[in-house]
Ligand binder design. Structure first.
Ligand SMILES: CC(C)(COP(=O)(O)OP(=O)(O)OC[C@H]1O[C@@H](n2cnc3c(N)ncnc32)[C@H](O)[C@@H]1OP(=O)(O)O)[C@@H](O)C(=O)NCCC(=O)NCCS
Length: 223
């Protein structure tokens, strides 16, 4: 029997991850969800969220790290990175949450802590690194690399031979044309179309996507 699961975070994406596990359980998988882990300022132990309790903060996880497995339910790449890095210090193992109606070939590889929301379709030779999140109805074509902590919002489309570098974020309905790279910790706005490589640490919007903001390298780790 696999270890029970705790979800890091208790916000919108965390409740969506809960739904993925509920859907998996309905297919007969042996899934036990214990509850949510949040920093104390976001909720007190015992508070009920969607029928599940907030268990406590990372000190709860540290005390129970051997008995559970975790998954991060934080949507934004840089906030997920920060939470996961702190959670890793407890030694907890991470599991994946893949909604049963997603489709993907046997040539898709998965790291740990990966989330695929309902309706994702992935084809061939796609590498999903640790803590990649693909939100609802994301499509990904052949030969795509999703580096750690890269993220898509609902309805994003990634064409063939694209690289999403570490922490890169694609907003709702955004698209990337083939062979382009979205730089590390860059954010692509909702509805944008990436037609040229984007450097690291920028925000780009529009079709074709244009850079409107550049952050200092390392911004993603600042709390
Ligand atoms: C691109 C984005 C990150 C910019 O956020 P921001 O850095 O706070 O920037 P602002 O809201 O100050 O907007 C800056 C400018 O870009 C424009 N802009 C913002 N988002 C835009 C978008 N998606 N497309 C086109 N223009 C956009 C704003 O209108 C503003 O223009 P102005 O300077 O002429 O007034 C954000 O608007 C966005 O699209 N996020 C995606 C969110 C998403 O998909 N979430 C999914 C959750 S599941």
């Amino acid at each position: 029997m696999s270890k029970p699961i705790v979800i890091l975070g208790a916000g919108g994406l965390a409740r969506e991850v809960q739904y993925i596990f509920d859907a998996l359980r309905e297919t007969g998988e042996d899934i036990r969800l214990l509850g949510f882990i949040v920093d104390a300022e976001y909720g007190q132990p015992g508070t009920i969220v969607n029928d599940l309790p907030i268990l406590g903060d990372l000190s709860w996880l540290a005390a129970n790290a051997e008995k559970v497995q975790a998954i991060c339910g934080v949507g934004e790449s840089h906030l997920r990175y920060q939470f996961v890095k702190r959670a890793e210090e407890t030694g907890v193992a991470f599991t994946n949450a893949i909604h049963p109606n997603c489709t993907f070939s046997r040539y898709v590889t998965f790291g740990k802590g990966v989330v695929l929301a309902a309706g994702c379709n992935l084809t061939s030779q796609i590498a999903l690194a640790d803590h990649v999140h693909l939100n609802l109805a994301t499509t990904i074509g052949h030969d795509v690399v999703m580096e750690p902590f890269s993220t898509t919002a609902p309805g994003a489309h990634i064409s063939g031979n694209v690289t999403m570098q570490t922490g890169a974020y694609l907003g709702t309905g955004a698209a990337v044309i083939p062979k382009k790279t979205v730089g590390a910790w860059s954010i692509v706005g909702a509805g944008a179309v990436v037609t040229k490589d984007l450097p690291a640490n920028v925000t780009a919007v529009g079709a074709p996507a244009k850079v409107i903001k550049t952050r200092a390298a390392g911004w993603h780790a600042l709390r």
